[in-house]
Write a protein that binds this ligand. Structure first.
Ligand code: NAP
Ligand code: GLV
Length: 330
């Protein structure tokens, strides 16, 4: 019996691989490091479908090298690594994994916010370095009050909404700016819509949840950082290039803002000698927003189901280019 061929560019949960293997011949990239562009082209040269992730850059040249490809299934919600218009032109369905990771990513965003505000990482390091010589001092390790302060959300989508809900539990006021105003959510949760400028000026914490697009590249640069409160803390769990890294370094070094929590960075991985890592008012995590066992497993299973559906000529549970359904007759 004919079985389509599938390439999986990184190890994923075994039950997701099992699901794919029921309907396809599967090959798995054996390394932790992503394949190089040339290796990726070679891997995709003769396959019908692929499971990929955010480190795999799928541009027109990769698609050109994959003439049989019918389904690309991304294990992520962000799609900035894939040329979607080119995929659509070539009638390749693109699957992705929104929703199942929103809560865990917002959990981490709130954790980062708390860590920077209350100096968790900095004080832990201080203890480990043997500096805890006075049991308690009334003026040591003061940080920013989280409860009762104002959280500004940029991008009130799946993750932004979960972040805003967490803030409500901490009695924070929530301001948001998003491409589309969400009046229902305002009514239901008491969030307040504001211009981009007002969110920057009025928030004690600013959490970024927009996708990386040509419009959001360097969304936060010198001008925006200078428009924030000096006491503001910036949290970024979107994509590194949404924040201008050089401007952020300047802002943290010169105290234009008080601190930053970054789960994403430009470039990624951050070089260990990067000057931002020498600052105490920043916490940097290695892009682990959705990295809980449950969320990752659900992402892998959803990506596997998207892939299998596309290979079977069916609609995907989550598709980034559903406009293809009509021309594909599904
Ligand atoms: P989503 O549901 O699509 O939400 C994105 C929100 O941003 C939407 O509400 C959207 O528009 C808004 N938006 C888009 N462009 C905008 C602009 N120019 N100005 C203002 N708002 C804009 O996506 P999500 O699931 O929340 O994920 C958001 C991003 O987080 C992903 O694209 C990915 O890059 C990143 N992410 C990172 C991690 C991690 O591990 N750190 C994990 C998951 C996701 P509307 O206002 O029109 O709805
Ligand atoms: C992770 O970064 C994602 O976009 O899901």
């Amino acid at each position: 019996m004919f079985k389509p061929r599938v390439y999986v560019t990184r190890q994923i949960f075994p039950d997701a691989l099992d699901l794919i293997e029921k309907s396809a011949e599967l090959e798995l990239w054996p390394e932790d490091q992503p394949p190089s562009p040339e290796q990726l082209k070679e891997a995709l040269a003769d396959v019908d479908g692929a499971i990929i992730n955010v480190m795999d850059h799928i541009d027109a040249s990769v698609l050109e090298a994959a003439p049989k490809l019918r389904v690309l299934s991304q294990v992520a919600v962000g799609l900035d690594n894939i040329d979607i218009p080119e995929s659509t032109k070539r009638e390749i369905l693109v699957g992705y994994t929104p929703g199942v990771l929103a809560k865990s990513t917002a959990d981490l965003a709130f954790g980062l916010l708390l860590a920077v505000a209350r100096r968790v990482v900095e004080s832990d390091k201080w203890v480990r370095e043997g500096n805890w010589k006075i049991s308690h001092h009334p003026m040591f390790w003061l940080g920013s009050e989280v409860n009762g302060s104002t959280l500004g959300i940029l991008g009130l989508g799946g993750i932004g909404l979960e972040m805003a809900k967490r803030a409500k539990g901490f009695d924070m006021k929530v301001l948001y700016h998003s491409r589309t105003r969400k009046r229902e959510l305002e009514k239901e949760h008491g969030f307040k819509y504001a211009s981009f400028k007002r969110v920057l000026a009025d928030s004690d914490f600013i959490s970024i949840h927009v996708p990386l697009t040509p419009e959001t590249n360097k969304f936060i640069g010198e001008k925006q950082l200078k428009a924030m409160k000096k006491s503001a803390i910036l949290v970024n769990l979107s994509r590194g290039p949404v924040v201008d890294t050089e401007a952020l370094y300047k802002a943290l070094k010169k105290s234009w803002i008080a601190g930053a929590g970054l789960d994403v960075f430009d470039p990624e991985p951050v070089p260990p000698e990067h000057p931002i890592l020498g600052l105490d008012n920043v916490v940097v995590l290695p892009h682990i927003g959705s990295a809980s066992n449950r969320s990752r497993r659900e992402m892998h299973l959803l990506a596997a189901r998207n892939l299998v559906a596309g290979l079977n000529g069916e609609r995907l549970e989550e598709c980034a280019n559903p406009e293809l359904y009509e021309s594909l007759g599904i």
